[in-house]
Design a protein. Structure first.
Length: 256
């Protein structure tokens, strides 16, 4: 079952420009990322411990159109100039998780291999299981990283845990909020599809949330002004920005 919120994906016309805006307005610095050769896409990554924000760009539309996340990403670029593409949840045994979820009626697809080539020559490898993109939830999927490849060896993870952002020290992904039309029905569907158990949220207003290790996925009622929201903990002051069709909140760390 999911062991954490792995990464939150937004698409932008120019990931370098988008990364600079997130650094300027929120104090979150992005790393170079790399290229998905098979998908015709590339990215910048904002590391938040073992979680991250992926800023996706499209280099080859014909290749991206065939990728499982590509049509949603291109539609967002064409209609809105970018926005929320999807959310990945981490798995430490994707094959076993998928076997269990298929047994309870999940429509997640079979395991697919993926890889990204970094500017330093390293190759990052993973496995994913994804269903069809949802108009509200986006591309919600499970991912298992190859811990023998780049970025996921113990030394890489230890270095990330210490990484300081311009906001003042390390930062951690704390919560993702997704607005949906029917909170209760969506929470029941996500329990079947990806194995998350939801409960009424202390936020009230009919919200429900699921704890995923030390993080949370919160479903809120869709309405005016509601957008997919990323909540990050770090630094000494509260910051907020509305960028790429999403809301970004920085909450001060407990030690600040």
């Amino acid at each position: 079952m999911p062991t954490g919120l792995d990464h939150f994906i937004v698409v932008a016309p120019d990931p370098d420009v988008a990364a600079q805006r997130l650094e300027d307005e929120l104090g979150l610095r992005a790393d170079p990322g790399g290229r998905h050769e098979a998908y015709g896409t590339f990215n910048r990554l904002i590391w938040l411990g073992d979680s991250y924000v992926e800023i996706l760009g499209i280099a080859d539309r014909s290749l991206a159109a065939a990728a499982w996340f590509g049509p949603r990403a291109m539609q967002l670029l064409d209609q809105s100039g970018g926005g929320y593409v999807g959310l990945a949840l981490a798995s430490d045994d994707l094959t076993a998780d998928l076997l269990f979820l298929h047994g309870q009626g999940s429509r997640l697809g079979d395991v697919l291999d993926g890889q990204r080539h970094r500017p330093d020559g390293g190759t990052v490898r993973w496995k994913v299981a994804s269903g069809e993109a949802d108009p509200e939830l986006g591309c919600l999927f499970l991912i298992e990283h190859d811990e023998t490849g780049a970025e996921w060896a113990p030394a890489d993870r230890a270095e990330r845990a210490r990484q300081a952002h311009p906001l003042g020290g390390p930062a951690r992904l704390e919560r993702v909020e997704l607005p949906v039309g029917d909170v209760r029905a969506t929470s029941m569907r996500l329990h079947r599809e990806i194995g998350l158990a939801f409960r009424p949220s202390l936020a009230g207003e009919g919200a429900r949330e699921s704890s995923v290790a030390r993080q949370a996925l919160r479903l809120v009622r869709a309405g005016a002004g509601r957008a997919p929201t990323v909540v990050v903990r770090g630094g000494a002051s509260r910051r907020q920005a509305d960028l790429f069709g999403c809301r970004w909140l920085i909450e001060p760390s407990a030690a600040a």
